[in-house]
Design a protein around this ligand. Structure first.
Ligand SMILES: NC(=O)c1ccc[n+]([C@@H]2O[C@H](COP(=O)([O-])OP(=O)(O)OC[C@H]3O[C@@H](n4cnc5c(N)ncnc54)[C@H](O)[C@@H]3O)[C@@H](O)[C@H]2O)c1
Ligand SMILES: O=P(O)(O)OC[C@H](O)CO
Length: 358
């Protein structure tokens, strides 16, 4: 198979690596020429230093050349660059190509998910070819071939299953889903909660605070996703709780590290400069807040992160956040209402795992 990966940062390179281990011919495209040159020399020295890349992977500076023969196109640029990259790629993509966005985020100016952005810029003939990969997966661990499982969501079951087979390697196990909305909202909003978790640790708190933040974070992500038509069970899968737990509990997460720095009282610009890579949760705190307001759902932890990032609130307020909010009950009664509404729409809410070998 011939593959074009658009975006040669950590994630694009790790997935390019996985695809190239299968003998696929992988062309990596990016605006960063030194990165492409280093990939052609078999190492992405900026984003994945120390990993030897397979010889079937090379840097390709021309987008047209990268896409000319591609049977699978992987969109791996940061969310705020997706519209521009999708627009440039649109006239160059072959009719029968499989498309997979692996980006986690929402366009901040329009509040569109990546599926909405790509549908906006790609011709209609390609819409059914679109799929979305998400789930608990640090790039460096994939590139080291640590066993990893992800979710690939798409509206066309046959296309989604072809993309699943393309990404399947001995160390990368993709599951399929038809819940594009759930997978996309989960992948975006977990980054904002990861900032809160990192902040708790940066403030010197530990396991109790982290578990509370993850669990209440899951509740608010679920509220937003379900309000937008997601299957609540998606939030209990790899793209939901799986990715949330991973991102909230590891220093490998860029979003967690941003939060950790803020918790220590450091400035956002200083922490981001040190990172040198995208932490989607910083801009997506804006998108998630706006989407929550639009949907009329409460997302107090995401709101707190937004206030710290953009309104000068002190991260140390995380303590008073837990202490002073009105007391509530568990489980969430309004989720029950949404679940019933969802059932009425005839979607599979209460069904078990799709495959018996899960
Ligand atoms: N790194 C991970 O472990 C990981 C895992 C899963 C998902 N993701 C998601 O993948 C997406 C990409 O993240 P990443 O980790 O690869 O980021 P990164 O910061 O490592 O790399 C981003 C790459 O995109 C390129 N880029 C930026 N704007 C561009 C443009 N307009 N045109 C072409 N290229 C452009 C940059 O030059 C860079 O090479 C994010 O949404 C992230 O949340 C990352
Ligand atoms: O490093 P982060 O915080 O962008 O997280 C990377 C992936 O999304 C983890 O699944």
């Amino acid at each position: 198979m011939r593959v074009a990966v658009l975006g040669a940062g950590s994630w694009g390179t790790a997935l390019g690596y996985a695809l190239a281990t299968k003998g696929y011919d992988v062309a990596m495209w990016d605006i960063d020429m030194p990165v492409l040159q280093s990939i052609t020399a078999h190492e992405n020295t900026r984003y994945l230093p120390g990993i030897t890349l397979p010889s079937s992977m090379h840097g390709e500076p021309e987008l047209k050349a990268a896409l000319a023969r591609a049977q699978l196109v992987v969109f791996a640029v940061p969310s705020q660059a997706m519209r521009s990259v999708g627009t440039q790629a649109a006239p160059l993509i072959r009719d029968k190509a499989l498309l997979c966005s692996v980006t986690k985020g929402i366009e901040v100016d329009t509040l569109m998910t990546m599926s909405e952005v790509l549908q906006d810029v790609l011709p209609q003939r390609l819409h059914s070819r679109l799929t979305f990969l998400s789930g608990p997966s640090f790039a460096v661990e994939v590139a080291r071939e640590f066993p990893t499982a992800v979710t690939i969501a798409g509206e066309d079951a046959e296309v989604t299953s072809q993309v699943q087979r393309a990404f399947h390697t001995p160390f990368l196990r993709p599951y399929v889903s038809d819940d594009v909305v759930g997978v996309e909202i989960a992948g975006c909003a977990k980054n904002v909660i990861a900032i809160a978790c990192g902040a708790g640790d940066g403030l010197g708190y530990d396991a109790n605070t982290r578990a509370a933040t993850i669990t209440r974070g899951l509740a608010e992500i679920t509220r937003l996703a379900v309000a937008r038509g997601a299957n609540p069970l998606t939030l209990l899968g790899l793209a939901g709780v799986g990715d949330l737990v991973l991102t909230c509990s590891s220093v490998k997460s860029r979003n967690y590290r941003v939060g950790f720095g803020l918790g220590q009282g450091r400035r956002l610009d200083e922490v981001q400069a040190e990172l040198g890579q995208v932490a989607e949760g910083v801009l997506n705190a804006k998108s998630v807040k706006a989407l929550a307001e639009r949907a009329g759902v409460e997302m107090p932890l995401c709101g707190m992160v937004y206030a710290v990032l953009y309104e000068g609130r002190d991260m140390a307020d995380l303590r008073s956040f837990f202490a002073e909010r009105p007391l509530k009950s568990e489980p969430e009664h309004h989720l029950g209402r949404w679940t019933r509404r969802f059932r009425r729409r005839g979607r599979r809410v209460a069904a078990g795992p799709a495959t018996p070998d899960a």
